[in-house]
Ligand binder design. Structure first.
Ligand SMILES: NC(=O)C1=CN([C@@H]2O[C@H](COP(=O)(O)OP(=O)(O)OC[C@H]3O[C@@H](n4cnc5c(N)ncnc54)[C@H](O)[C@@H]3O)[C@@H](O)[C@H]2O)[C@@H](O)CC1
Ligand SMILES: Nc1ncnc2c1ncn2[C@@H]1O[C@H](COP(=O)(O)OP(=O)(O)O)[C@@H](O)[C@H]1O
Length: 527
């Protein structure tokens, strides 16, 4: 049997702890073994990713360590770098928030003893603050192991002071082990955190790295693998990180013998005076995702403008045209891009929700999210809010949404019976059945008006295509694939065209989607 394609597992600190316990009780992996494996793997991944840093024979490295296993990982990493000839022990220092006692037998105290024996300097932050500060200031590379998943509440005390100094240094490369110190599942925007150049994300990767509020602090996220058996990780993870390579595989390709009606049909209600572009972008998005037919119903005053140069989109007068009178019943409907929140939209919204109750996939974007706040859904809706829209819709603050996306979305999806795509520089997706996904973004090419309209179109296009194969198809997969496609398209378009408009990004999306789903190589019928 072929393996089911999936993203990378993400876990909370609680899940990581449970996994640790099971690793020890059932797999013979005690804390010493885990710290050894993690620290050495971190050294290997880091040296392999940044070989240029190690060309300097006088490279000065400082480890900033706490007293837990995160500090132990950092010290084992340093020991491995020294043993592999990447640094000389006499150029290395250990700046430690609490020095392990002589009699302690923990992974941290053992790693500490080994480094001291090799000749690394040690500087307790509380009693030798000035020397500790100088060691950090003069380091070319700082390895941050102050606190990992053992962080309780916000950083305070010596670790807080150490983090403050590290953040003030402009010329050193800061690499955090596991998570940047200060980053945790409950971190809020004003909680201090180390801003790392890179983070060595020890498997299973911690989900807090992808909370929008903390994502920037993690810098370049480097997965560190080979620590835990996959089966063990599978049994503890509940959220997955998807990229385009993985996500494209969960969507069936088009068939070589498809006809326009069988490739998925999409009907869009979008645009209003001043926002006609949103309708055009959304329609092009649905085409780019592979829909066979796209119909755009626009307000009467916009209809002539949009109809000219419609590029194969069937444009009609939205004031009189009804769903289905375009000779096909849509497999997916999209309402909202640039639509406005006028009450006159409500009858259309009600009809669309009626279709949704009978299983038609319905994407509600932008203004349609606001309009639908008090309506009930029946499991075939995808909502695509950004932080402001999510905050209004759920009655929370934007900051809460950006700090705890998983918890908030899981609850809202279940209550509303809707798949939700929460858009930001990291996109989070939830399903009423409890599935959660994150798609890393960090693609400023998408931070421009119209990217959301494009996502809504991509989403409707994919939902329409999959609905054709699987009635009441898996909208969560469609949403994950659309978000991953948008990010990949944003990156590709930026590489080719720099700052570009959303229609250029749509062309990049069409290219990627076509290569993934129109190859005809698989020749496989799904559903
Ligand atoms: N399954 C896993 O996740 C694995 C975890 N490992 C490492 O172990 C780490 C977890 O280790 P521990 O549970 O020992 O804890 P940590 O080492 O993450 O945290 C404990 C340290 O943080 C300090 N601290 C906690 N809250 C603080 C606050 N609010 N302000 C200031 N300082 C604070 C404590 O005083 C202590 O020094 C992970 O992040 C990872 O680096 C690896 O060794 C191997 C496998
Ligand atoms: N820095 C970024 N990195 C990655 N994706 C981003 C970034 N900024 C915005 N996006 C994405 O671009 C889209 C913007 O949507 P939205 O704010 O609704 O735009 P609009 O309403 O102008 O179309 C979302 O999908 C969001 O995830």
């Amino acid at each position: 049997m072929k393996p089911v394609p999936r993203g990378e597992i993400l876990v909370s600190a609680e899940q990581a702890k449970a996994l640790d316990r099971e690793a020890s009780s059932s797999w013979g992996l005690d804390p010493f073994a885990l710290v050894e494996a993690a620290g050495r793997a971190c050294a290997g991944v880091f040296a392999g990713t940044y070989p240029g840093l190690f060309l300097n024979p006088g490279l000065r490295i400082a480890v900033a360590a706490g007293s837990g296993n995160n500090g132990a990982d950092a010290m084992v990493m340093l020991r491995a770098l020294i043993l592999n000839g990447h640094a000389a022990a006499e150029n290395c220092s250990l700046v430690i928030s609490r020095v392990p006692g002589e009699t302690e037998h923990t992974p941290g105290s053992e790693a500490f003893r080994a480094l001291r024996a090799m000749g690394a300097a040690w500087l307790p932050w509380d009693t030798r603050r000035e020397d500790s500060g100088k060691a950090l200031e003069s380091a070319d590379l700082i390895i941050d192991g102050i606190a990992g998943t053992g962080l309780r509440d916000r950083l305070r005390g010596d670790p807080l002071e150490m983090a403050g100094l590290i953040n003030s240094l402009e010329n050193s490369f800061v690499v955090s082990v596991d998570v940047p110190s200060g980053c945790g599942d409950t971190r809020e925007a004003d909680w201090p955190v180390i801003y790392a150049s890179a983070t060595l994300a020890v498997e299973p990767v911690k989900s807090c790295l992808y909370h929008p509020v903390s994502r920037t602090a993690a810098g370049h996220i480097l997965p560190v693998t080979g620590i835990f058996p996959k089966e063990l990780q599978e049994s503890h993870g509940s959220t997955y990180l998807w990229d385009w390579d993985a996500a494209q595989k969960i969507i069936p390709p088009v068939n070589p013998d498809d006809y326009k009606y069988t490739r998925g049909t999409v009907e869009i209600r979008a645009g209003s005076q001043g926002s006609a572009g949103a309708a055009r972008i959304a329609a092009r998005g649905a085409q780019a995702a592979g829909a066979g037919l796209v119909r755009l119903l626009a307000d009467r005053d916009l209809y002539p403008i949009l109809a000219s140069g419609s590029g194969g989109v069937m444009v009609d007068d939205g004031d009189t045209a009804l769903s289905g009178d375009g000779r096909f019943t849509p497999d997916a409907m999209l309402l909202g891009p640039g639509w406005g929140t006028d009450d006159s939209r409500l009858p259309v919204l009600r009809r669309a929700l009626d279709a949704e109750s009978r299983g038609t996939a319905l994407v509600l974007d932008a203004d349609a999210i606001t309009l639908s706040r008090d309506f009930e859904f029946h499991g075939s809706v995808i909502l695509t809010p950004h932080a402001g829209e999510l905050a209004r819709y759920a009655g929370i603050s934007k900051e809460e949404a950006l700090a705890s996306p998983g918890t908030i979305l899981a609850r809202l999806s279940r209550e509303k019976k809707a798949v939700i795509i929460f858009k930001s520089h990291v996109t989070w997706i939830s399903s009423p059945d409890g599935r959660l996904a994150a798609v890393d973004g960090m693609t400023p090419a998408l931070a421009a008006g119209g990217s959301g309209d494009l996502l809504a179109g991509l989403c409707a296009g994919i939902a329409g295509r999959t609905a054709k194969r699987q009635p009441r198809g898996d909208l969560f997969s469609a949403a994950v694939a659309a978000a991953a496609l948008l990010t990949a398209a944003g990156k590709a378009a930026a590489a080719d065209s720099g700052f570009c408009d959303p229609l250029t990004i749509a062309e990049a999306a069409a290219k990627l989607a076509g290569a993934a789903w129109m190859g005809g190589v698989r020749g496989q019928r799904h559903g």
